[in-house]
Design a protein around this ligand. Structure first.
Ligand SMILES: Nc1ncnc2c1ncn2[C@@H]1O[C@H](COP(=O)(O)OP(=O)(O)O)[C@@H](O)[C@H]1O
Ligand SMILES: [Mg+2]
Length: 542
């Protein structure tokens, strides 16, 4: 094989990386290849080794510390060059000598020539996606070598980390779409409403189900709903009062639904009418048309009053509880019939839960409910998911994880997500965490994530953080993270095998609304009504 020479090894501080010198720098992310021989200690004979590496840093240094003063004069021709050499840092990915890639064990001797990696050598290292894999993209700069991830390794969960605009959501779209194409139910907790309008690659619109997150006061466990409504840590009496009232009301509704076989909304309507006749709900303005959620609220306020009277709650406590309940019903998206997340699970579908309209606090509560519901559902399915079982392993992807999983604070969702990460894997729960600030990701959850997509990360603290989260990400490779172009990632973990791989993630072609509106497009197309009116007036004037 006669390959071009990029440079020669200058020094090898360890088998896993070496410094190479060259007359010109090599672009970061270039795959390189080299052959050298070592002496086999056992036999004394020379044996050949072949290794693959990735250029992870490149620099210039002048050969002379300071150019001669005369060189700085203004009349120096433009093409004047300071004699210099280029130093290239190569992360040695694997030894491919025996056709079965191994961790490199020998340092590369100084003087060894380094070449651009030929595709044949890379194919030894990276086997293309096959049965049980989904494709995620191509080997960086090698459009002929497809890269996939092993579906069965997903139970180790995954982390997608990268700066804003680096390609995280695109990666989510690729994974979600392709996993659902093989039949997986995938839930995306869509914090910014970015996945609204997601078109699947097979153009089958029924594969994506969009839902606004709504809250059913009946279906949420009273303990949790009471904590959502009365948030102050010290207000334990208010919470207890509300919890009791909720339990009593829900029990009455449940009796109606189970004994009389009524649907939930009808049951609430009936209960309201019955109690109204007996003067058990405060008479509303006759004219007002009450929605079922208003009737639920009226019933609940009456229950609060009753519980308060029975148990001698102070007036002050009752009043502030009532205030909070009323405010919650006014400001939150309440829907008595809101399905549980587990009611939405369907094989082969991407379920986009748009929570962008909720406050951060509400998002976090909803996330907690979902994580709890999903884990309970998965546990019912058991570890084996026998054929014909109505339960299914699910993929649950959470965007903007730092909001819910901060390292040094507690949020309503944190414990539940920790539990889902820890226990979910045994029961077929796959957690996908997306973060633009890995440095502030809760270490308890981070330690449960063992598959990785690392996109461009600029801040030093974030690079350090991902090196901590993925122990096998060495500094000599992590140095490439600040220079990665959009959509290019270091992918690591068992889902791609033992060695990290640099991937150009496929671009998801189905439209997404995206987190940022296309201001130029909207303004310049003049589709705003005001723009058009002004234009027309202008035309009339002339
Ligand atoms: N793999 C890719 N190939 C081509 N373009 C990409 C790729 N990934 C992202 N992009 C483009 O970059 C922009 C930002 O991507 P996005 O996934 O929304 O980033 P993030 O979620 O990290 O902020 C999008 O406009 C998208 O089209
Ligand atoms: Mg995004």
């Amino acid at each position: 094989m006669s390959l071009p020479i990029l440079g020669r090894v200058l020094r090898s501080d360890s088998p896993s990386f070496c410094w190479v010198y060259s007359d010109s720098p090599a672009p970061l992310g270039t795959y390189v290849y080299t052959e050298f021989s070592v002496i086999d200690r056992a036999t004394g004979s020379r044996i050949a080794r072949r290794v693959i590496g990735i250029v992870s840093n490149s620099s210039y240094s002048p050969l002379m510390e300071r150019p001669a003063l005369t060189d700085l004069r203004e009349d120096i021709p433009h093409d004047y060059r300071v004699p210099s050499i280029s130093t290239i840092l190569v992360y040695v990915v694997a030894d491919i000598t025996d056709k079965r890639p191994e961790t490199p064990r020998y340092p590369i001797p100084p003087g060894t020539p380094i070449h651009p990696a030929p595709p044949e050598a890379l194919r030894i290292l990276y086997t293309p996606p096959r049965e049980g894999y989904i494709k995620i993209g191509f080997l960086s700069e090698y459009r002929g070598i497809e890269i996939g991830v092993s579906v069965n390794e997903l139970s180790r969960h995954f982390l997608i980390a990268g700066a804003t605009g680096s390609g995280k959501s695109n990666t989510v779209a690729i994974l979600a779409d392709r996993l659902s194409q093989i039949g997986a139910p995938v839930i995306i907790f869509d914090v910014h409403g970015e996945y609204v309008g997601l078109e699947p690659e097979d153009k089958n619109p029924s594969r994506v189900v969009e839902r606004e997150a709504t809250i059913s006061p009946y279906k949420i466990p009273p303990k949790i709903l009471a904590s959502m409504i009365v948030r102050e840590a010290a207000a334990t009496k208010q919470r207890r009062l509300l919890r009791r009232a909720l339990r009593r009301l829900n029990k009455a509704i449940e009796e109606k639904t189970s004994k009389e076989g009524l649907g939930l909304s009808i049951a609430v309507e009936r209960l309201y009418e019955e109690r109204k006749i007996h003067g058990l709900v405060d008479a509303e303005d006759e004219e007002a048309v009450l929605e079922v959620k208003d009737k639920y609220l009226a019933l609940l306020l009456k229950e609060i009053e009753i519980v308060a009277r029975e148990r001698n709650y102070e007036k002050r406590i009752v009043e502030s509880t009532v205030d909070k309940v009323e405010e919650f019903f006014e400001t939150s998206p309440i829907d008595l019939e809101a399905p549980r997340i587990t009611d939405l699970i369907e094989p082969g579908k991407v379920i986009v839960i748009n929570v962008s309209e909720l406050s951060d606090e509400e998002k976090s509560w909803i996330l907690r409910l979902y994580a709890d519901n999903l884990l309970a559902y998965l546990k019912e399915g058991g570890a084996s998911f026998r054929l014909g079982s109505s339960k299914m392993p699910v993929v649950f992807i959470v965007e903007e994880a730092p909001l819910f999983l901060p390292a040094n604070a507690s949020t309503p969702a944190k414990d539940s997500l920790q539990r889902f990460a820890r226990e979910g894997r045994k029961f077929g729960g796959v957690l996908g965490i997306v973060s633009q600030r890995p440095r502030s990701l809760d270490p308890n959850v981070a330690s449960q994530l063992q598959n990785f997509v690392f996109l461009k990360l600029v801040q030093e603290e974030d690079v350090r953080a991902v090196m901590n989260i993925a122990d096998s990400l060495e500094e000599s490779l992590a140095g490439i993270l600040p220079s990665l172009p959009k959509g290019r990632a270091i992918v690591m973990g068992e889902w791609v095998g033992r060695f990290p791989v640099l991937v150009d993630i496929d671009e998801h072609r189905g439209k997404r609304r995206g987190a940022t509106p296309d201001l130029y497009g909207i303004w310049s197309s003049g589709s705003g009504s005001r723009g058009r009116v002004i234009e027309e007036k202008f035309k009339i004037d002339v």
